[in-house]
Ligand binder design. Structure first.
Ligand code: AHR
Length: 657
């Protein structure tokens, strides 16, 4: 070959490669579409003791002495505490409210130590004090450090020595330290306790060791090791289950928790930031107490720590339509904030955006910086309202808030709401309002049986592509068996297929503490020590860790009328990874034809993850690993057959050269 021939040959080869790539590109443009990059995330609500006693790592229950009968008839400021006077010591205790550590946190206790017993037969420590059992006993681990703190104000002349200890149910001390209260004004005192033994049902004891009088509040104990070692942090193992899912966003703090039952119970984000002793605690709509120690700063920090976008939801200035009653009998009905209070309320909403994104020189940006986060949190989404009844009062207030946000922060995507069901009056009216106002995204909620998910797989295929996008903010099939999880998986495949109109989706509820649940079907069950991940969790995790932003239509073939098979193929345009997802809901194995011709140069070494088993199996505290996914290496080629086992979800992850 002479030089000219060589050149011609190279040009020929290059044009062939170019032509081939253009053909592949045009084919893939025809068969692929962009889908939401934020499709699958999580929804955290403080229901089922998800926050206090759960994700929030505080071990002391009722640390602020603010529990009260409005939360539960039998609760009072000294609930979950015991008064102690070991060794025939003599003293008094009272709950007081004058001159508190902060007006938002009015109750505290006064300890009067009259006599410290010195009865010689008594072997233990003597004194007067208090004991807290936490949330059904504290799990203490040998060798670990625990950060204790309290606020105290000395009332007597002489200082008071406080002996702080962790004790087993038989009163053996497994960690201890000493503090001296010497100031006549409220001061925070701290001590570190290092555990010398394991105990699953320990208690915290604060014992005054000499006569005197003092006021005590905000008695707190945290494991030193929290998630990412944040102070006032989160239980590391529970937070890790969220991080492992790699969610694109976290919606918080509710749910019905947001609108509350009654106007006084609405979630006000400003009450949940700043130092703990001045946060405004409140009754939880789910029948317990919210310390709001896990407040908006901590939620935003969690989002950042796990790489998820924050999606805060604020009330639409109306309360839950079921306030003061039950789902079955109805209640007092929705209450709406008086119109003359709306300007202040709207300002609160705008202030949240400034708090999250504003410069440190702004009023609210400065508060974020004060909390230790000068950089903005890059807030993109704000939810207004939670499955509220779409009444004229709601519509008026929603529009006022929405228009104010749109005007001041046009880049913020507001998420509207469309009632608690997949259809019906509120659903229709919520959507109509959204269309009238041109709201970017509408939140839909539905809890249904697994069959509903299967028969409604084509719900979003017919949604108007020019109208508002959908956030499926809450959904679940009624159950935690494999068959429920797989029905949800089939539906999630339909969400991927419709990822051009469905912007986001999150399963609900997320957490449930054993013995403290208000909602029977949840994603992650836990007690003070153990975690049970449901098959539903694994489905969510598999979809979240294998997300793409391009949907490819033709890669897997199936008979369109076969509703027991659901298939999708998505690609992550940044990494080039391709994810094939196949759900087989039938009792028979099914063979599917895979054709990857539209992808240029795929690597044969792929990874296959499968979740399968007996459809009626579920994970329990006794048997937490009955249904778990398994991953193996898998060889793929341009064309191959895959046999999807009966009752399974398969994900094949393919890399490009
Ligand atoms: O997820 C539990 C509850 O279900 C939420 O609080 C509410 O929004 C829905 O009704």
């Amino acid at each position: 070959m002479n030089i000219n021939d060589k050149c011609m040959y190279i040009v020929y080869c290059l044009s062939f490669i170019l032509l081939f790539n253009l053909t592949v590109l045009s084919q893939s443009l025809k068969t692929s579409k962009q889908i939401s990059p934020d499709l699958f995330g999580i929804f955290f609500e403080d229901i089922n003791y998800a926050a206090d006693g759960g994700l929030y790592a505080e071990l002391v229950q009722n640390r602020s002495f603010e529990y009260n009968p409005a939360e539960r008839r039998e609760w009072h400021p000294f609930s979950f505490w015991d008064f102690l006077s070991p060794g025939f010591s003599i003293g008094h205790i009272s709950v007081e409210t004058s001159d508190p550590v902060h007006p938002n946190n009015p109750h505290y206790i006064i300890l009067d130590i009259e006599v410290v017993g010195n009865y010689q037969q008594y072997k233990g420590l003597t004194g007067v004090g208090i004991r807290n059992y936490g949330f059904d006993g504290m799990v203490i681990k040998k060798g670990e450090r625990y950060d204790f703190s309290l606020f105290a104000r000395l009332i007597s002349e002489n200082p008071v020595e406080l002996h702080i200890s962790l004790q087993t149910p038989r009163d053996s001390i497994i960690a201890q330290n000493t503090l001296y209260v010497s100031s006549g004004s409220w001061q925070k005192y701290k001590a570190v306790l290092t555990a010398s033994a394991n105990c699953d049902s320990a208690s915290l004891v604060v014992l005054a060791r000499n006569t005197g009088r003092l006021a005590i509040d905000m008695v707190s104990l945290f494991p030193h090791e929290t998630f990412k070692n944040r102070p006032n942090g989160l239980r590391a193992d529970l937070a890790q289950t969220l991080a492992d899912m790699n969610p694109k966003f976290i919606r918080f703090p509710g749910g019905c928790l947001v609108h509350g039952d009654g106007l006084g119970n609405m979630y006000r984000w400003k009450n949940t930031i700043g130092s703990l002793e001045q946060r405004k605690e409140q009754r939880n709509i789910w029948g317990y107490h919210q310390s709001v120690g896990l407040g908006f700063f901590e939620y935003f920090q969690l989002c950042e720590d796990i790489g998820a976008k924050p999606v805060p939801v604020l009330p639409a200035a109306v309360s839950c339509q079921n306030s003061g009653g039950t789902w079955r009998i109805g209640g007092t009905g929705q209450k709406a904030l008086p119109l003359d209070e709306m300007p202040e309320y709207i300002q609160d909403v705008l202030d949240l955006i400034e708090w999250a994104n504003g410069p440190v020189t702004s009023t609210w940006g400065a508060k974020r910086a004060e909390a230790g986060h000068p950089e903005p949190f890059n807030l993109e989404y704000v939810g207004i309202g939670n499955e509220d009844k779409i009444t004229p009062e709601f519509e008026e207030r929603f529009a006022m808030i929405y228009n104010a946000v749109k005007e001041k922060y046009p880049d913020i995507k507001v998420i509207g709401t469309s009632g608690p069901f997949h259809s019906g009056d509120d659903f229709e009216k919520g959507w109509q309002l959204a269309k009238n106002l041109n709201i970017p995204i509408v939140d839909e909620h539905y809890y249904v049986n697994p069959g509903w998910f299967v028969t409604n797989q084509y719900r979003y295929d017919t949604y108007d592509r020019n109208a508002c996008k959908v956030y499926l903010g809450e959904y679940a099939s009624w159950g935690n068996k494999l068959r429920n999880a797989l029905a949800e998986a089939a539906y999630m495949i339909s969400l991927e297929r419709n990822g051009d109109i469905v912007a986001m989706a999150s399963y609900a509820p997320l957490f449930a503490k054993k013995g403290f649940t208000q909602w029977r079907v949840d994603m992650i069950f836990f007690d003070n020590k153990n975690i049970v991940l449901t098959p539903n969790y694994y489905v969510q995790k598999l979809f979240m860790t294998n997300q793409g932003d391009l949907y490819h239509k033709g890669a897997i073939s199936k008979n369109e009328s076969d509703s027991v098979i659901a298939i999708s193929c998505v690609e992550n345009s940044k990494t080039g990874d391709i994810f094939l997802k196949i759900v087989n809901l039938s009792e028979k194995d099914k063979t599917l034809k895979i054709n990857l011709a539209e992808f240029n140069r795929i690597l044969p070494d792929a990874e296959l993850t499968i979740l399968t088993g007996n459809p009626d199996d579920e994970n329990t505290f006794e048997n937490p690993c009955q249904i778990i996914p398994s991953t193996k290496k898998y060889r793929v080629s341009r064309n191959f057959d895959y046999v999807a086992p009966n009752m399974s979800l398969t994900i094949i992850k393919i890399r490009k050269k």
